[in-house]
Design a protein around this ligand. Structure first.
Ligand code: ZN
Length: 317
């Protein structure tokens, strides 16, 4: 495992399922345990996400965006043939780019730079803890016009029998609340990806009651196992050429993925593939109790940003 911050603890690393990755320890503060149970209830309507639009494209050879689809997540639809077969909405030669486990310094900004150069877009599934460490990076993802969902609070394997059902729900709800906090109160899309693509049936059902769509994948890049960028490019191109289309699973958390992306996107363009942007019809409705508990437990900074002149006044000299 790569040590990015000099301190690392393996989170939920599954050797059994694809897409396994990990949540790293914070650079400064400790991880809070999930909050006490809060019964899901109707929340006030989330802030309408006036999603930023992508900037005008100045690269005539860019991969671009083929089409944009809007997803009605009512009832929790599932996407990705690895687990769900019903919603086959991609046309031949269409792909969806997805990035898990961020936001993370260097690698996530590098991915954003490449996507901007190619005038294209993806869906980001951040880990809640990582969002609280690096909210400014997640805000950059949002500002660039990409879709943002959630990938749990701590990347816990939700099939782990040691977790109670309430703890599994806490992982989901706190993850969405953390992303919302990182985005300055803007609710993300109701798009969720299970850590290591492990889907406990009762949580799949729960997500349905929360109107949250589940994203599996069609093409796993296995980038977290790759020792160099070329392996990731080769993995994705081999699979996409075989399947003809699909949702591609990558990790903006991974250095080699960031390195592979420029060449990979050029190869997709050369192969005639088109990127589909997926947007949610309405943002996720977070549960207020989790929003509040997150602030309390994580002791997130609430330092005043008032200018010095408004805080300090000379009253005698
Ligand atoms: Zn992951």
């Amino acid at each position: 495992m790569r040590i990015a911050a000099g301190l690392i603890v393996a989170g939920a690393v599954s050797l059994l399922a694809s897409g396994a990755a990990w949540s790293q320890t914070p650079p400064a503060k400790g991880a809070a345990s999930p909050p006490a149970a809060a019964a899901p209830q109707a929340a006030p309507a989330p802030k309408a996400a006036a999603a930023p639009t992508r900037p005008a494209c100045t690269n005539p050879n860019a991969l671009g965006v083929g089409r944009t689809v809007e997803i009605d997540t009512t009832g929790g639809p599932g996407f990705g043939f690895e687990h769900f077969k019903d919603l086959d909405f991609l046309r031949d030669k269409e792909v969806v780019l997805t990035f898990d486990d961020g936001p993370w310094p260097v690698n996530t900004p590098s991915v954003l730079k490449t996507l901007a150069e190619e005038c294209t877009t993806g869906i980001f599934f951040p880990i809640g803890k990582h969002a609280t460490y690096y909210p400014e990076i997640l805000k950059q993802v949002y500002a660039a016009g990409h879709a943002i969902g959630s990938h749990t609070w701590s990347h816990a394997a939700l099939v782990n029998k040691k977790l109670t059902e309430q703890q599994r729900k806490d992982e989901i709800e706190k993850g969405f609340s953390a992303v919302k906090w990182a985005l300055g109160g803007t609710s993300p899309a109701p798009f969720f990806r299970f850590p290591a693509l492990q889907h406990p049936p009762e949580i799949v059902t729960y997500l349905g009651t929360r109107n949250i769509a589940i994203f599996s994948c069609d093409l796993d890049s296995f980038d977290f196992k790759a020792s160099k960028a070329q392996t990731i490019i080769d993995n994705v191109m081999r699979k996409v050429e075989k399947m003809g289309k699909g949702i591609i699973l990558m990790h903006d958390f991974q250095k080699h993925t960031a390195e592979a992306l420029p060449e990979l996107l050029k190869k997709l363009k050369a192969g005639g593939y088109k990127v589909v942007a997926m947007r949610a019809k309405t943002p996720v409705q977070t549960i207020p109790q989790y929003d509040e508990d997150l602030l309390k437990e994580a002791k997130l900074p609430t330092v005043s940003s008032r200018p010095v002149s408004s805080v300090v006044q000379t009253i005698s000299e």
